[in-house]
Design a protein around this ligand. Structure first.
Ligand code: 1PW
Length: 205
């Protein structure tokens, strides 16, 4: 089970991802996801297929960031502008740019909403609430709508194996951190959501 510091680091990296102008630095956004992956891995093997997909998405974005056009990938805002202006995004069906930065980040963005909803449920839960139920309720309300049946099934199985609420609270001391993390994660999420909505990118294939 992950320790308190990893949730602390998630909080810190997402905090670093916001610039003064409220742009989102991709470097820290993916660093935040790396922390979440470490956390998922500590929950056991059943989460490895979930974390594998996240890891490969992080890798795609890292490659853009360290590649020759890396300067365009500093923030989500600059990435969206650059990829759209240079027609590097498959807008309606998969074609010559199946792994654009925009569509890759959109997958992580949708997953971030799931995390936000789950943490919010955890924060407001009572002693007899079940983490597996909170997890799947949050999932059904968000990410599930974008997943085919087979993935939904597999994700459901993983959720059954999630540690109980007591473990979350006792081992991670999340209560205090949750109040701080949530508005921050929600803000990063909302900025990305508005940007994608403005550019009609929310349904990228
Ligand atoms: C306990 C804290 C963990 C928070 C992380 C939550 C991450 C949930 C990601 C679910 C991934 C399920 C398996 C992968 C499915 C992909 O098909 C899907 N990827 C995502 C991130 O939704 C869509 O990507 P694709 O197939 O369009 O490249």
């Amino acid at each position: 089970m992950a320790d308190t510091f990893s949730l602390q680091r998630v909080l810190e990296t997402f905090r670093s991802s916001l610039s003064e102008k409220k742009e989102v630095y991709i470097k820290y956004y993916i660093a935040g996801w790396q922390e979440l992956v470490a956390f998922m891995n500590s929950l056991g093997n059943v989460f490895s297929f979930i974390s594998k997909d996240v890891v490969s998405k992080i890798q795609i974005l890292e490659n853009f960031l360290s590649g020759e056009n890396g300067s365009h990938y500093v923030t989500i805002q600059s990435m969206v502008k650059y990829e759209l202006e240079n027609e590097l995004v498959d807008l309606t069906k998969r074609g010559s740019h199946p792994e654009s930065g925009c569509r890759t980040l959109l997958r992580l963005h949708r997953a971030l909403r799931w995390l936000e909803l789950f943490l919010e449920r955890l924060r407001t839960s009572t002693e007899d609430s079940k983490t597996s139920v909170m997890c799947s309720d949050a999932y059904n309300e968000s990410l599930a709508q974008h997943h085919p049946w087979l993935i939904r099934k597999a994700v459901g199985v993983a959720f059954c194996a999630i540690p109980g609420r007591d473990t979350f609270f006792d081992v991670m001391h999340v209560v205090a951190l949750l109040g701080e993390s949530l508005p921050l994660i929600a803000e990063v999420y909302q900025i990305t959501e508005d940007l994608y909505a403005k550019n009609n990118l929310l349904e990228l294939p």
